[in-house]
Design a protein around this ligand. Structure first.
Ligand SMILES: [Zn+2]
Length: 104
């Protein structure tokens, strides 16, 4: 129908702190499957910014773009990716203690 391509991914906004919390609590990266080192980083500009998400090129059932968050091995550059929606869902269901108290 429309040829315009507007990607609204604001609903998947994930801060650096949130991403770190997810990887520490829920999905520890462990050792790199390639070089066996345990040194990962999330490529981004600053710690206060939202993490950058990549468009996988896939679409979900609603036609929304499937986004992923990539981490890189700091030794060999191996990239691992998580679907951003899974991280966002986990963060929403597992708020940090200070996030909970903010609402009281
Ligand atoms: Zn590696």
């Amino acid at each position: 129908m429309s040829s315009s391509k507007i990607v609204d991914d604001s609903y998947l906004d994930i801060s650096f702190k949130e991403a770190v919390r997810f990887f520490k609590k829920q999905s520890s990266p462990g050792e790199c499957p390639m070089c066996k080192s345990v040194s990962w980083s999330i490529p981004m500009a600053t710690e206060d910014a939202s993490v950058s998400l990549s468009d996988t090129g896939m679409r979900d059932l609603n036609g929304s773009p499937v986004l992923e968050l990539k981490m890189q091995c700091k030794v060999c550059g191996f990239l691992r990716a998580h679907r951003a929606s899974f991280i966002r869902d986990w963060l929403d269901s597992n708020p940090a203690p200070n996030e909970v108290s903010d609402d009281v």
